[in-house]
Write a protein that binds this ligand. Structure first.
Ligand code: NAD
Ligand code: DAU
Length: 350
């Protein structure tokens, strides 16, 4: 069946994996990738698929109502898979309104266009890709389920919670067919080096210190980005309208243990004596309001839609490290410019 799908944020980390998967797996779908190409968006992420005949890049800002409405008026989209967002918690602490603008207003603009242009049409779907951070912070025990009440604690997670609520409000109020997934921490290729795993890999390569916030006791549940893209594919095609699905790796790591594991992998890859990279670890001022632990219960997705993570963490991490070692040009391009001043401000004063 022919489908025309608007994927937002397709030039980012997860979005580029989703665009690639859909282009390759569904050659009869037309994929429009709408992205503003902020510091986090990079068309190099899609250089291997950009010449496919079913792909088109559209540069634009989701907060620009006129632009988004014109696009919906011009193209008859069957579905939206919405990933465009400001995604980094530390940046949300410095500039919360940028997150309100893109994540809340931008999602509202897209929802409004879908409501207006899809009115009365069957077979449409608005899929919002969201985060487990909307559920807040866990203590030592328990997992986030789809029934866990929202309790966001950073400007980033509050903006994603607000956008989730808007999506559901459009479903209940206007009957807009929607689905939401809330995923844990992703890792893999094309991950912007401001995030923990690629930051540590890049810093080890350049013999820079490894800034671990607080005592490194915080826990995250890590999922291979291609497994997340597979989950999005499954939910997009077989998820129930109006439902939310949690996506996670059943793979919890304390930050400090993860950084030590990365150091061991890097020592092996770089042919350095064991313990060399770990000497770079430096405990720095904690993130404000740092959520202690996230852990996802992805049973609903496993049981109802048959999805499961495919890759063991150690294997995925080894592949990820190798990808960064093989792509120094990509890392250099994305970390030049604006990122340099961000890095200095974020780390050199800590
Ligand atoms: P990212 O920061 O790597 O990419 C975001 C993309 O959105 C970039 O290409 C950027 O250019 C684009 N964008 C930003 N503002 C825009 C605007 N106003 N208009 C159009 N495009 C804009 O983010 P990511 O890590 O790939 O995350 C993608 C989505 O998945 C986000 O919604 C995020 O909240 C969610 N998510 C991320 C993770 C994770 O671990 N990274 C986990 C769960 C959910
Ligand atoms: O849980 C899903 C979320 O995961 C996504 O919604 C976000 O978009 C994504 O950025 C990610 O958020 P985190 O804040 O968990 O990811 P980050 O890589 O920034 O940090 C992971 C952990 O590592 C966190 O406990 C903070 C810590 N950290 C991070 C950085 C950048 C450090 O100790 N040092 C650092 O330099």
């Amino acid at each position: 069946m022919l489908k025309k799908i608007l994927i937002t944020g397709g030039a980012g980390f997860i979005g580029s994996h989703v665009v690639r998967l859909f282009l390759k797996k569904y050659p009869n779908y037309f994929i429009h990738n709408l992205d503003a190409l902020t510091y986090a968006g990079n068309l190099e992420n899609l250089s291997d698929v950009e010449s496919l005949p079913n792909y088109q890049f559209v540069k634009g800002d989701i907060t620009d109502e006129q632009f988004v409405n014109d696009l919906f008026a011009q193209e008859s989209y069957d579905a939206v898979i919405h990933l465009a967002a400001e995604s980094h918690v530390d940046r949300s602490i410095k500039d919360p309104l940028a997150f309100v603008r893109t994540n809340v207003l931008g999602t509202g603009v897209l929802l409004n266009a879908a409501r207006r242009f899809w009115k009365g049409s069957a077979g449409k779907l608005f899929y919002h890709v969201s985060t487990d951070e909307v559920y807040g912070s866990l203590g030592e025990n328990g997992l986030f389920t789809e029934e866990t009440p929202y309790d966001p604690r950073s400007p980033y997670s509050a903006s994603k919670a607000a956008s989730d609520h808007l999506v559901m409000a459009y479903h209940h109020t206007y009957d807009l067919p929607v689905v939401i997934s809330n995923c844990s921490n992703n890792y893999g290729s094309y991950h912007f080096p401001e995030k923990l795993i690629p930051l540590m890999i890049n810093n080890i390569i350049h013999n820079r210190s490894l800034p671990v916030y607080g005592q490194g006791e915080n826990i995250r549940d890590w999922l291979w980005v291609e497994d997340h893209a597979r989950a999005i594919d499954v939910i997009f095609h077989t998820g129930k309208v109006g439902e939310t699905y949690n996506v996670g790796g059943f793979n919890e790591w304390r930050n400090i243990d993860l950084v030590h594991l990365l150091c061991r992998i890097m020592d092996l890859k770089l042919g350095k004596p064991e313990g060399t990279s770990a000497k770079l670890i430096s405990f720095v001022t904690d993130r404000a309001g740092h959520d202690l632990r996230y852990a996802i219960d992805a049973t609903k997705l496993q049981k109802e839609l048959g999805w499961a993570p495919s890759l063991q963490f150690e294997e995925g991490l080894e592949k990820t490290v190798q990808w960064y070692l093989d792509h120094p040009d990509w890392v250099r391009h994305v970390t030049s410019g604006e990122y340099l001043s961000y890095y200095q401000e974020q780390y050199e004063r800590r």
